[in-house]
Design a protein around this ligand. Structure first.
Ligand SMILES: [Cu+2]
Length: 173
């Protein structure tokens, strides 16, 4: 993968903003939505921060049930029964299992998202909360502010180890 800038710079943010403007994005949503809830330290660590734009691969795995990168967990995420509505805050569900299919309780899960082609993140800061059902979690404050290719990055810390996974979802443009 070709990397243009190694660290975020003024030029980099300007380029991301231009790319976003050309594609009709509203990158400022991110800053506005999160500025009230975060400290400056949190903001600097935000994984929803803009990223350098990437092209969409010819083949995208859009399966929403997959094994994590290190093979520790099986994760399934699902949009609300009504489907994903662009521009609306919605709750998704997340099912977490061990590699052998046992429900995983007490996991700590971080979610961030981005539109790789546009170099911007989600306009919200999704939160994962446990439910009364073993291995079932809710993914609250999910909002996609435009159609297209989104990546959802999950970092999972369970009682018996940590792993991560990236899901792809393509919403009608
Ligand atoms: Cu976008």
């Amino acid at each position: 993968m070709k990397k243009v800038w190694h660290t975020p710079s003024k030029a980099w943010f300007a380029a991301a903003a231009v790319a976003a403007a050309l594609s009709g994005c509203t990158p400022h949503d991110n800053a506005v939505a999160s500025s009230s809830a975060r400290t400056s330290q949190d903001a600097s660590e935000s994984s929803n921060a803009p990223t350098a734009a990437r092209e969409r691969p010819a083949k995208l795995d859009t399966s929403l049930k997959r094994r994590t990168v290190g093979g520790k967990f099986i994760v399934e995420i699902a949009p609300p029964a009504s489907g994903t509505s662009v521009g609306r805050i919605q709750s998704w569900t997340l099912t977490l299992q061990t590699a052998t299919g046992e429900p995983v309780e007490g996991a700590n899960i971080d979610v961030s998202g981005e539109m790789p082609e546009h170099g911007h993140g989600l306009p919200t800061d999704p939160q994962v909360k446990p439910t009364i059902h073993a291995g079932r979690y809710t993914l609250d404050s999910m909002k996609f502010n435009m159609g297209g290719w989104w990546e959802l990055h999950l970092k999972i810390r369970g009682p018996r180890g940590a792993d991560r996974i990236t899901f792809n979802t393509v919403l009608a443009e």
